[in-house]
Design a protein around this ligand. Structure first.
Ligand code: 9WN
Length: 423
């Protein structure tokens, strides 16, 4: 974490991801608060400094001193300050135009609690609260593409689990950009068999290009097919994190002397909507809803377990999630929770979000187990994560059976969340 600190924020990894990423920074701040509460506050403030006028927090904030060819897509692809002008993109800092899961209010609240004295002296919560509120407003209104109250993602990068098999069906409708029209910088640092395929990348590039060329406008699903893009999905983890962050915003409002009652009520109501829209009682987990194709995507991804985090989940839903977590699809002989169904056809223990275990989802599930009183299971997961993080050199992700390191080494959120588990 020291090596990856730039002075105002932390890169996920020096080689593969040399800029600031949105949900990485939230997880990093959660760990950083134990090392330096000031740095943790700064991490979030830097990210929020790149917020767009419409409230979106971009998924990447580019470091201008890093060469353009170090990461693809680079600022000259996104062209945020020109293409995003109508959506209020900042003029001086270059960013992507897509978003990532809203872990930020939760992170801000946890960071505050690590050193309330410093936080109050710096006016930390008073400074971030209006920005976080605008971020949630953006997601709950502009991104309510399904009209039921949940936020949709319009690109797999937004949900953060880029090549999850949950995206295979919705992505299959997207015509890939020609392979020669872009150059993948990720393959300079990562093994091709651990990364998304070229076909996936072609589709990612097409979706991002169309979003950019439409001025990063968020069209309504009800405006007809094509409005707002070919890809629109309601994802359980993205929405669960939004709801958990609404609860955190209620806490923050309380600390600032306001009342968080309306936010708390909204979080509880959205928990009900999440269950109505995405819960499958027969399979005991949540699924993604594909707004363009219609219906739930039948793939079991770890995203469908993350709502365990929610405090007001009915007992039978929480109980079923705990059983699924330790059952044949996620718990059969593994050390850590895989990102995808062990029995699924697309399962691959090394390829990115198609099977490997990641530490951020592990951290969220450990927290969810504790929220629902599953102390023993939480303790076992915590121990396994601590051992594996250390033994893998704080790998980006690991083989869920063996713990073998995959992806980047010295990955920031692995280190940060390890620190948090140690506290
Ligand atoms: C695209 C930075 C990010 C994480 C994502 C992870 C990966 C980027 C990439 O790295 O995505 O955003 O280039 O593959 O999937 O969750 O935030 O660590």
């Amino acid at each position: 974490m020291e090596d990856n600190w730039t002075g105002t924020s932390t890169v996920p990894s020096r080689g593969l991801y040399p800029h600031q990423w949105s949900w990485d920074s939230a997880f990093i701040a959660i760990g950083l608060r134990h090392l330096s509460p000031l740095r943790a506050q700064t991490e979030l403030e830097t990210l929020l400094g790149a917020q767009w006028g419409d409230g979106r927090i971009p998924h990447i904030v580019f470091n201008p001193s890093v060469p353009l060819d170090a990461y693809f897509p680079s600022p000259d692809f996104w062209r945020s300050s020109t293409a995003g002008r109508a959506a209020g993109a900042p003029r001086t800092v270059q960013t992507s135009g897509t978003v990532q899961p809203p872990v930020h209010a939760l992170a801000a609240w946890l960071v505050h609690r690590a050193d309330p004295g410093l936080s109050r002296a710096r006016g930390f919560l008073a400074g971030v609260y209006p920005r976080l509120a605008a971020w949630h407003r953006y997601l709950l209104h502009r991104r309510d593409l399904g009209g039921a109250g949940l936020a949709s993602v319009v690109h797999p990068w937004e949900q953060g689990m880029d090549n999850s098999p949950c995206w295979d069906a919705p992505l299959a409708r997207v015509a890939p950009a020609p392979a020669r029209s872009f150059r993948r910088a990720d393959l300079d640092h990562g093994a091709p068999e651990d990364r998304p395929t070229d076909l996936d990348y072609g589709r990612y590039v097409r979706l991002a290009t169309d979003y950019r060329d439409g001025g990063y406008r968020d069209g309504g699903y009800r405006d007809g097919p094509g409005a707002g893009g070919a890809f629109a999905v309601e994802d359980p983890a993205f929405n669960a994190l939004l709801i958990a962050s609404e609860h955190a915003l209620a806490d923050i409002a309380g600390e600032l002397g306001a009342t968080g009652t309306a936010r708390r009520a909204r979080a509880e109501r959205l928990t009900g909507v999440l269950i109505e829209r995405l819960w499958d009682p027969a399979r005991g987990m949540f699924f993604c809803r594909d707004l363009r194709g219609g219906g739930l995507v039948p793939e079991r991804g770890v995203s469908g377990l993350v709502p365990l985090l929610l405090p007001t989940l009915p007992g039978e839903v929480a109980g079923a999630l705990v059983r699924t977590l330790s059952g044949p699809h996620f718990g059969d002989g593994t050390r850590l929770v895989p990102s995808y169904d062990l029995r699924g056809e697309a399962f691959d223990p090394h390829r990115y979000w198609r099977g490997p275990a990641w530490f951020n989802t592990g951290w969220l599930l450990e927290r969810g187990l504790r929220v629902h009183g599953e102390r023993e299971r939480a303790g076992a997961l915590r121990e396994a994560m601590l051992d594996t993080a250390d033994a893998s050199g704080f790998a980006e992700y690991v083989d869920p059976y063996t713990g073998e390191a995959c992806g980047a080494a010295g990955f920031s959120w692995t280190a940060a969340l390890t620190l948090d588990l140690l506290e």
